[in-house]
Design a protein. Structure first.
Length: 158
């Protein structure tokens, strides 16, 4: 087995691609593709990020929605790594989310996704999210995938 491919991620360009798309609020700093079915993203939660202002002001907590977004970002990287730069993965369903510990400024979120095809164009994903080895969340989702985002029903932004 070859060693994982680690890629330093530019703030938006590596995630968004050439089309009109929403950008990640808090893009991953490091992406590691382990195999055609496994990917890990890591990001440092910075205290000075504007999205943290007002989110529990007396006890700043990284929003759970951003952890889910990190799963989406990881899956998109994996799909583009295995299927090409025009490939797309769009969340179809969140099957379950269990947050088990809070993440705070200075923590490093690591999201490890195991993906398996469930049907043609459907990918089942189990994401284990940790901070320094401590479990932060377990997320199970399904994604619709395609080799070209324009082939998705409603287009890539639907």
């Amino acid at each position: 087995m070859s060693s994982p491919a680690a890629v330093a991620v530019a703030e938006e360009s590596a995630v968004t691609g050439p089309r009109r798309r929403a950008t990640s609020v808090d893009a991953a700093h490091v992406v590691t593709v382990h195999s055609p079915t496994e990917v890990t993203v890591r990001k440092l939660i910075a205290a000075d990020e504007p999205y943290l202002e007002g989110h529990y002001p007396d006890f700043t907590v990284y929003p759970g929605a951003f952890i889910v977004e990190s799963v989406c970002e990881a899956v998109l990287h994996l799909v583009r790594h295995t299927s090409g730069a025009d490939a797309w993965a769009r969340p179809a369903a969140i099957r379950s989310v269990r947050f088990t510990s809070a993440l705070a400024p200075g923590d490093t979120l690591e999201v490890h996704c195991v993906c398996r095809p469930e049907a043609a164009g459907v990918l089942a994903v189990e994401a284990r999210c940790t901070n320094g080895g401590t479990k932060a969340a377990l997320i199970k989702m399904t994604f619709r995938t395609t080799a070209d985002a324009d082939d998705l029903p409603g287009g890539p932004d639907a």
